[in-house]
Design a protein around this ligand. Structure first.
Ligand code: S3P
Ligand code: PEP
Length: 425
């Protein structure tokens, strides 16, 4: 297994340009593919999750051409007419590809098999399949009920009234919303239970609006989408920098600045994970806010007790910032950490303890008491990009650490360690 040794970093300083947002890149690619007309996508993320969406679109007959560094895509929209692919669509462990494609392919004519990595077969999708089946969609499980892989015979959905459970993943509602304009009739979606990760629905509604589809949103409880509509291409669309990826540099500057300028997200971001920067202000970071960038300086860091339901991805970064805070940190309302790339609650608790922290792992929360002594250990990353990136913060805090399988960062941020090195002194 590959390992990356990180020696203690004394100071971070400089400027970072973020790669494009994963959540925006995959939404924009899918809607551009379905649209009438050609869309040019700029600042596209080049990472595994996007590669899986691009691979699927190719097999579905969509013409997408990329520039040399794969950050500009020209997508020739097919106006909702996709091909039946010659082989199953392999979607890796990319939730932002698997879930939206499930709903969209249930809505358009054709036969499809959606497969993924072994971990994808452990990530639930039953709430989405229940809703699609209730609407008359032909979606069946190829192995275990409620989990991928799936077989879909598309083109059966007329719309109507449907409930969807929002308590495990917002991606199910995102998927249904994105597919609903393709149903033959209007759809009224009612949320059952709590809606987790709510800001991701704002990203979905924003991207749909940019491609010409309005959704009536009654306080995130019901959504009405008109049927038999076409997405309309956008001549040029720029993907914002990734706000979840920004979290590592916000944290690094707060722990060891210097000062880091982070270009690509700021006060005007459509991504909920920008909220992490607000949490870091509570922790003690000093942040200057601009529309599309942040400048972050070191602060005296203190423990906080927060509800992180709205920022599940970025909140993982807080768990390693907590190692350098005065006093304990609690991160609450994060049950769905358990159904992402790995059981993140258990994995984070295990690795934080290895470093020397005292940790309480609750069913839906984690509490971290900073170490009195840091152990120089090798961090297992569980094929989870965010665990690898979070634990780099140990080196930023001046303690040596080894990261096992560092290339797991390729899921969303292949250049992460290089970018961190560029601001490390
Ligand atoms: O819609 C999206 O782009 C995402 C939604 C979130 O998932 P959940 O809604 O499952 O929490 C987030 O964790 C994921 O990385 C991306
Ligand atoms: C949960 C994540 O990914 P996915 O889009 O596969 O759900 C993530 O990137 O942290």
């Amino acid at each position: 297994m590959e390992q990356l040794r990180l020696e203690p970093i004394n100071n971070v300083n400089g400027s970072v340009t973020l790669p494009g947002s994963k959540s925006l890149s995959n939404r924009i690619l899918l809607l551009a593919a379905l649209a009438e007309g050609t869309t040019v996508v700029e600042n596209l993320l080049d990472s595994d999750d996007i590669r899986h969406m691009l691979g699927a679109l190719k097999l579905l007959g969509v013409d997408v051409s990329l520039n040399d560094d794969k950050t500009v895509a020209t997508v020739k929209g097919v106006g909702g007419q996709l091909l039946t692919p010659s082989e199953p669509l392999f979607l890796g462990n990319a939730g932002t590809a698997y879930r939206p494609l499930t709903a969209v392919l249930a809505a358009v004519s054709g036969e499809y098999e959606l497969i993924g990595e072994p971990r994808m077969e452990e990530r639930p999708i039953g709430h989405l399949v229940d809703a699609l089946q209730a609407l008359g969609g032909d979606v069946t499980y190829l192995k275990n009920k409620d989990y991928p892989p799936l077989k879909i015979v598309g083109g059966q959905i007329k719309g109507g009234q449907v409930e969807i459970d929002g308590s495990i993943s917002s991606q199910f509602l995102t998927a249904l919303l994105m597919a609903a304009p393709l149903f033959s009739g209007d759809t009224k979606i009612t949320i059952k239970g709590a809606l987790v990760s709510k800001p991701y629905i704002d990203i979905t509604l924003d991207v749909m609006a940019r491609f010409g589809i309005a959704v009536a949103n009654d306080d995130y409880k019901t959504f009405i989408v008109k049927g038999a509509q076409q997405y309309q291409a956008i001549e040029r669309i720029m993907v914002e920098g990734d706000a979840s990826s920004a979290s590592y540099f916000v944290a690094a500057a707060a722990i060891a600045g210097g000062e880091i300028e982070i270009k690509g997200v700021g006060a005007k971001s459509v991504q909920g994970d920008i909220g992490f920067a607000k949490v870091m202000e509570q922790v003690g970071a000093k942040i200057d806010w601009y529309d599309e960038r942040l400048v972050v300086h070191k602060g005296q860091l203190k423990g906080v007790d927060i509800d992180a339901n709205a920022i599940p991805d970025a909140a993982m970064t807080l768990a390693t910032v907590a190692l350098f805070a005065d006093g304990p940190t609690a991160i609450r309302n994060i049950y769905n950490w358990r159904v992402k790339e790995t059981d993140r609650l258990h994995a984070m608790a295990t690795e934080l303890r290895k470093v020397g922290a005292e940790v309480v792992e609750g069913e839906d929360f984690i509490e971290i008491i900073p170490p009195t002594h840091f152990n120089d250990v090798a961090i297992d990353t569980y094929d989870d990009h965010r665990i690898a990136m979070c634990f780099a913060m140990v080196a930023v805090g001046g303690k040596a650490i080894t990261i096992n399988d560092p290339k797991c960062t390729y899921k969303t941020f292949p250049t992460f360690f290089k970018t961190l090195a560029s601001v490390s002194h």
